[in-house]
Design a protein around this ligand. Sequence first.
Ligand code: ATP
Ligand code: MG
Length: 338
Amino acid sequence: MMGKPTIGIDIGTANISIYSDTEQMIFHEPTVLAYDTKKNKVLEIGHEAKDLAEKTPGSIAVISPLQGGIIVDFDMTLRLIKKVESRVSATTGKRFKQMNLVVSLLPGATNIERQAIGDILFSLGVRSLYFIEGSLAATIGAGLPFEKPMANVVVDIGAGKITTSLVSYGGIVTSATVRKAGNELDREIAQLVRNKYNVLIGLESAEKVKWQLRCDMHNDSEMIEIEGRDLVTGFPITIEVASSEFQAGVDEFLNRVLSVVQTTLENSPPELSGNIRASGLTLTGGGALLTGLSEWLNSKVSVPIHVSKAPFEAVALGTSMAMQHIDRLINIEKVTPR
Ligand SMILES: Nc1ncnc2c1ncn2[C@@H]1O[C@H](COP(=O)(O)OP(=O)(O)OP(=O)(O)O)[C@@H](O)[C@H]1O
Ligand SMILES: [Mg+2]
């Protein structure tokens, strides 16, 4: 273990992030690959692959191999990780097998999920592999006093899942997850535009609409321009939709956030309640960037709401830092090939 560099890997539904133990980001790209089904060949990964989504001929599939925070396509995940390794070794000069790897998992990840990730990395020759629970990593990456017997509550809002955990004394005390998050809101946006305006838009466009939304749009007069295809004429069309039309979809998203937060708070030991009231909740994940989220959540749970610095990367950063604190961490385990 000594002497080898360590990297922390967060394989998210939307993004893969990798950090070095010197806190340098070495990879951060969409968890997407473009695959030529005729030639059985990966054409692009990451940003380049995501840019191809819904623009390619039928023989080229643009694939997101994770959904709801878990691997749904093992083979494509393996191919993606192989390409990611090539990129990482091009920048670091080292292969995965020459490094210690710490990989974040969602709390309660099944053995199947653990084995899937283990099998992929061991097949690349990795010899030193650790799993850490993503929420524990998030508290480290967010700079919270994770090792103290104190309430560190993180709310990680990603593309595929929302997880809230209470971390104290280096371990997860209680945690809750829902497997519907940012991607689900994109789908709802696309569906609303289709049902109400007879206009077909891709999920990429729907995501861009989402980035313009806010938690409370009830009194908005703001219009959002959306490009799509008119389902009646078949022609390209640009429509304007009032942001307030998306309020119901945003509300569903918000209610999911609130329900996991409530479950976690309800399951928290009373001894830590006063502590939670003082230290509050820390938001991580891309979903934390939804405008007005902190204020909205504060109005619901009456505790201070903080947004982690670099919310997209808190988990990967904490994962890369975990080895330095391994003696003080509970939810980290060394993995061996089966
Ligand atoms: N300004 C924004 N407003 C709302 N959502 C945003 C914003 N910016 C990014 N997002 C959303 O954040 C999500 C990606 O976040 P993140 O990278 O943390 O997810 P992930 O870690 O890949 O997914 P998961 O943890 O669920 O497996 C996407 O759904 C993206 O649309
Ligand atoms: Mg994530």
